[in-house]
Design a protein around this ligand. Sequence first.
Ligand code: SF4
Length: 282
Amino acid sequence: MPMQIKLAKSAGFCFGVKRALEIALKTSLLGKKVYMLGDIVHNENVVKLIENAGIKKVKRLKKSKNAVLLIRAHGTSINIFNKAISLGYNIVDATCPMVKEIHRVAKEMEKKGYRIIVIGDKNHDEVRGIIGQLKKRALVIDKLGKTSLNKIKKTAKACIVVQSTQNLDKTLEIADTIKKYIPDLVFFNTICKPTRTKQAEIKTMPLENDLMIIIGSKNSANTKRLYEISHALNKKTRWVNSKKDIKISWLKDARRIGITAGASTPQETIAEITSYIRSIKA
Ligand code: SF4
């Protein structure tokens, strides 16, 4: 039987990251100093591309005349926005429109008197950006422990929004539990469409293929999540970052090979690895 390679539809950059990268490269051509608070994505090649374009990553903002602060796809808090303006920066906002929508919903519901609950990772920049839009302190829940349940029990009216990249099953489970305790609860499932597609594919592809290749940097959290889900379903799951990581012995006996990639993996890397596998198997 000839070998089949199936590349996930959702492999690689999501719409928001692609857009942010395009905005960043366009901004680098303005002839101004351009700064970013953190990496655009967790991928060495993309970080290098951004550096080569002259965009600098900084931890803190210093006073600056006529420089640009580029806001990444995750978005940021109102405080950072205002601080940058007061320090003299021009803002180029590459926040993903789907993250902007979470900001809008959270702000609107807070205005209507709802306490905002964010299902997400409190240390993630996107979540910091969401809670940083609000006047009152939001409750961030990653998993339901005793402390978070106690806080929930004291709340009469709340609105849930979700970090765009959260796990759908886990989120629905948490939201169902919260519903039992809060009489007036509104739930906005703000997991974005690209994330949903990625999660649906990684639940089926490992069962349909003999070998799964997951492409992405070792420091990419979302690639790690893809690897873990795939590995739990199919032990023949391999995590690679370049064609050099591929061992020919893995491909022996593999008739159907599934390939996917984390949201920070560039298209060129995916194409290079896919054609390398094809060339070995040919
Ligand atoms: S993961 Fe979703 S919300 Fe986040 S940048 Fe990508 S498309 Fe936008």
